[in-house]
Design a protein around this ligand. Structure first.
Ligand SMILES: [Zn+2]
Length: 274
């Protein structure tokens, strides 16, 4: 490991500092989950191709709930088949070692952190979770597990059985995926925005992994860390807005590389594990 990185992590460890990890699509990509932002996210409805930025919206759900659901059931199926990797497991080791001094903020809806063993109370899924659904009208029926509708691919049609399974038991309307859409705002109730910001406001180290900061709350967390002058480490194969923040931070470090390659040694340096 680079000497400067070792120094930064060693200081945090000796001070018994608090750590917030912020993870994005990059760590899931290492488990084989596509980002769904580029060409692989296209979805065909009738004769038109839709971009994820059009599909993942409340506006689209109001027009074509069946098609939005068909797209999500396919995507959720991909998530379900993926397995946590060495990056997820390293962060679980950090969670266990630091206890309440650790908080994980993830943009990933795939549930891989939790399946790897992350503590739910210390994990904020700021873009929601594939594992849950909720009433699209907010009737108060609460959060329900995603029904198991069998294996799907991109061509699986939306069936009457799907429709029944995705009916709100409270009001008879549609259930919706428990995910934040592009035309919606972060909140605490569903997406733990305040919890995530509070954790970042108390942290001594922000460890950013595999995110390019395309959405607003992750960037807000990065800028908050930078303004507070805390240690800032960015793990990413590519330069990105967080690596730029690291370059401008006195205790910043851009650890170029994949999460699976870099996180185990970073976590070992933070926990003092051999
Ligand atoms: Zn309802």
């Amino acid at each position: 490991m680079e000497e400067r990185l070792q120094e930064i992590l060693g200081e945090v460890r000796r001070a018994g500092g608090r750590v917030v990890a912020l993870t994005g699509a990059g760590i899931s990509a290492e488990s084989g989950i596509p980002t769904f932002r580029g060409a692989e996210g296209y979805w065909v409805v009738g004769s038109r191709n839709y971009m994820p930025q059009e599909m993942a919206t409340h506006a689209m759900f109001q027009r074509r709930p069946d098609e939005v659901w068909r797209w999500y059931l396919y995507r959720f199926g991909v998530c379900h088949l993926a397995q946590p990797n060495a990056g997820h497991r390293a962060l679980v080791a950090l969670d266990r070692a630091l206890g309440d001094r650790f908080h994980l903020v993830t943009q990933n809806i795939d549930g891989l952190h939790l399946r790897a063993g992350a503590t739910p109370q210390r994990t904020s899924c700021i873009h929601g979770e594939a594992a849950w659904v909720r009433c699209a009208d907010g009737c108060g029926a609460g959060r329900l597990p995603l029904p198991d509708l069998g294996p799907r691919d991109a061509r699986t049609p939306f069936s009457a059985e799907d429709r029944r399974a995705l009916t709100c038991p409270g009001c008879g309307g549609w259930l919706r995926p428990h995910v934040l859409w592009f035309d919606e705002c972060y909140d605490e109730e569903n997406y733990r925005m305040d919890t995530a910001l509070r954790a970042a406001g108390r942290a001594d180290l922000l460890l950013v992994v595999g995110t390019s900061g395309a959405t607003n709350l992750p960037m807000q967390i990065g800028e908050l860390a930078w303004r507070r002058g805390i240690a800032l480490v960015d793990v990413n194969p590519e330069e990105n807005p967080f690596s730029e923040l690291c370059a401008r931070a006195p205790r910043g470090f851009f650890a170029r590389g994949a999460a699976c390659a870099r996180l185990p040694e970073i976590v070992a340096a933070l926990t003092g594990a051999p």
